[in-house]
Every structure is written in structure tokens, then in C-alpha cells.
Design a binder for this molecule. Structure first.
Ligand SMILES: [Zn+2]
Length: 393
């Protein structure tokens, strides 16, 4: 039905043209169901033994690479990805019982993890249904609820959605901590942006851990609150978020480190914890959001200023256009003693021409400037006026 499958490569290959790292390749050799495979996965039928040559393609610069890779399939298992045919043949011959035993144990561990994960999700769903479906949150005797394994995700939540979000965040945090440990991170660098006086009794800090924030898309990683502050907040004591930590001690960096360390130990993580300054951090989560907002705000200000100038210019042009339209009626440019005078430019000669309007007689005038023409118009009107006065009686 699909068109290809994706094979995750054992190592990254650098694109010869743009230096982009190529981490996967597509193949039409298997079921073409848009699946993603990596070494040790079953890609084919159990009787299949073959070597498949695939060209590497750079997604970034759309360039095929000069050197191909060889997918080695032994008894339907992708046993490795080789750089040469010779290496591929060696890999094919190298599939022995010892190797398969190790892989089997590895697979079994993955299977157990998956099973636990499924169990955890199922149990959460049952608890969720119980809590919200049976409206347990209305129970006055809260002690009755301890049989719900995940009740800490429900207490204080305003909706099932909030419970689901809390559960997912908690799951993601644990998974990421496992990943970090497997990747060899033994120490977690933490920081908090609040300025707190050492020895302060009522305090709270949003503790940031950059890797956790980035990988779990968190605003911050932990909230650490002093018991004194916590007890003074009725709403907070109702809500027991998995990542909020309450401590007895007055504020110190050590109090925060110890709190995070204890949180980790309670969940069987053996990381060390070290406090760093905000300046030494990557400023992730909400801090990053705030910085971006600030940058956008500055950008918006610039745009609105430019826009304003643009709008002013348009307005100015529109006013001028109105003026021109108004001036198109050139028959009533001048007025003097009951007479109107016109004015038009002569493009060929570059001079201005006009005549007294509204009378049968043709009395023209011309000049190089508007004021010269106006003077001539007035002179002409003055000469004209005596005539009707004399002829009237
Ligand atoms: Zn490239």
C-alpha cells in the first residue's frame, strides 16, 4: 500500500555536498508500508537472506551520495548496515548464537519496558474513569481515595484533560530522565531565575533543567516551595503536582539541589545535581518564551512605526490627489470682483494660460508663474468692469 520503508542507519553519514548529516535511508525492498526499521528488527520473512544496496540521499541539498550502503538481512533480521559489499558479506557470516542471545536479551528488556508502559497507561485510564466517572472528586472523605494509584494526578485537577496532561508530562519526564541516563549524563545542571535572599523562610523557585525542558517541552522542570509558604496557600496544598517539591529548609542553593536530588532518588534516578547561573544556562522553557516575546515586541514596535510612516505617506498622497481632483476644475482658479479666471499649463511651452470665464468676450492672459497670471487676470477684470458701468445707464 505504501511506497517505501525507512531504515535508520547504524551511524550518520556526512553529505559530500552540504555536510548535512544523513541518518536514514528509504528502501522499497521490504513491505513498503511506511515502517521505520533499525538494526535487529525483523524486516523480512524468516527464510530471507540477502544484501540490499541502497543509495544515500541528502534531504537538505537533494543530492545522491557517491557511496551506497548495504542492508544486511539474515533470516529476515536486519543484522546491520555495511559500507561495502565485502563488509556486508562478513556481517552476514557473523550472525552466530552468541550474538542472537545478546539481541534476545536486549529485545526482552524492551518487551518488558513496553509491557510496563502499557500496564501503566491502562491503569491510569481505569483510575481516570473511576475518579471522573464516579465523581470521586466530590467525596468529602478524601482518605477513601488512596486506592487509586494515580490519584495524585487527579486531586486538584479541574478537568479530566488536566489529569491526562499531568499524567503525560510525568510519563515524559521519567522517560527523558531514563534517556539522559542511558546517554551517559550523570549530572543534571539546574538553575532558577528568581532572586531570593539566602535564609528566606517563605520562598518558592521554578527550577529549570535545560535538557528536560527542551525534550519534554516544559515551561520549567520542578517547582520547589518552602513548607511555610506552602502552608499559607490553601489552594496549593490541595494540588499535589508530581513535579512540585516541598522543603522544610530556608532558601539556599543547596536546599534546592537537595530537594531535586531527593525527588530523583525517590524515583530511582541516581543523577548528581549541580546549580548553575542563569547566564551559564541555555535559557529554555518559559525563559526562552519570555525572551522571544520580548524580541517580538521590539520587532512589532518597529513594524508599527514603519507602518505608521507608510500610512502617513499614503494619507499625504490621498490628500494631494483630492487637491488635484479639486484643481482639475481649472475654470475657477482666480476670483476678483465677481469674475472667475481659469488657469491651465501649456506643457509644450511651459507657460501658464488662462482667460476670464463666464463672459462671451474672450479675454486671455498668460505668464510664467501663478501670481503673474493672477495679476494679469485682475488687471483684465479691472479693464472689463468700467465697460458695463458705462454702458448700463
Ligand atoms: Zn546535502
Amino acid at each position: 500500500m505504501g511506497m517505501f520503508d525507512t531504515i535508520m542507519l547504524d551511524r550518520s553519514y556526512e553529505c559530500v555536498k552540504c555536510k548535512n548529516m544523513i541518518t536514514s535511508t528509504q528502501t522499497k525492498a521490504f513491505d513498503k508500508t511506511l515502517d521505520e526499521y533499525k538494526t535487529k528488527d525483523c524486516v523480512d520473512h524468516v527464510e530471507d537472506i540477502r544484501i540490499i544496496k541502497e543509495e544515500l540521499f541528502c534531504d537538505k541539498c537533494h543530492e545522491f551520495q557517491p557511496d551506497p550502503v548495504y542492508l544486511v538481512v539474515n533470516r529476515g533480521i536486519l543484522t546491520g548496515i555495511a559500507d561495502s559489499l565485502q563488509q556486508a558479506r562478513a556481517l552476514l557470516d557473523d550472525l552466530n548464537t552468541e550474538k542472537l542471545m545478546l539481541w534476545y536479551h536486549d529485545l526482552y528488556r524492551r518487551y518488558i519496558d513496553q509491557k510496563n508502559d502499557t500496564h501503566k497507561h491502562r491503569r491510569f485510564l481505569y483510575d481516570l474513569r473511576e475518579w471522573w466517572g464516579e465523581q470521586l472528586y466530590k467525596e468529602i472523605n478524601k482518605d477513601k481515595l488512596f486506592f487509586l494509584f494515580y490519584s495524585h494526578h487527579f486531586k486538584g485537577a479541574i478537568s479530566p484533560i488536566e489529569s491526562v496532561e499531568r499524567f503525560l508530562t510525568d510519563t515524559k519526564m521519567r522517560r527523558t530522565l531514563n534517556q539522559l541516563w542511558e546517554e551517559g549524563h550523570e549530572e543534571l545542571l539546574i538553575y532558577h531565575p528568581e532572586q531570593i535572599e539566602p535564609g528566606e523562610e517563605e520562598w518558592f523557585a521554578d527550577v529549570y533543567q535545560d535538557d528536560m525542558n527542551e525534550r519534554c517541552h516544559l515551561n520549567w522542570t520542578w517547582s520547589v516551595t518552602s513548607k511555610k509558604l506552602h502552608e499559607s496557600d490553601d489552594e496549593a496544598s490541595e494540588k499535589s503536582l508530581d513535579w512540585s517539591i516541598i522543603v522544610d529548609d530556608p532558601y539556599s542553593e543547596k536546599a534546592i539541589c537537595d530537594a531535586v536530588l531527593k525527588w530523583l532518588r525517590d524515583r530511582n534516578f541516581n543523577f548528581k545535581v549541580k546549580m548553575i547561573s542563569v547566564e551559564d544556562s541555555r535559557r529554555t522553557g518559559m525563559l526562552k518564551g519570555l525572551e522571544e516575546q520580548l524580541a517580538n515586541l521590539k520587532k512589532e514596535e518597529c513594524i508599527s512605526h514603519e507602518k505608521l510612516m507608510e500610512e502617513l505617506e499614503v494619507l499625504d498622497l490621498e490628500t494631494k490627489a483630492d487637491q488635484i481632483d479639486h484643481l482639475k476644475n481649472k475654470s475657477k482658479v482666480f476670483y476678483y470682483k465677481g469674475f472667475h479666471g481659469s488657469l491651465v499649463p501649456c506643457v509644450e511651452t511651459g507657460i501658464l494660460l488662462g482667460k476670464i470665464e463666464g463672459i462671451n468676450e474672450i479675454i486671455p492672459y498668460e505668464g510664467k508663474t501663478v501670481s503673474e497670471c493672477e495679476n494679469k487676470f485682475r488687471e483684465a477684470v479691472s479693464k472689463l468692469i468700467p465697460k458695463p458701468v458705462i454702458s448700463e445707464p
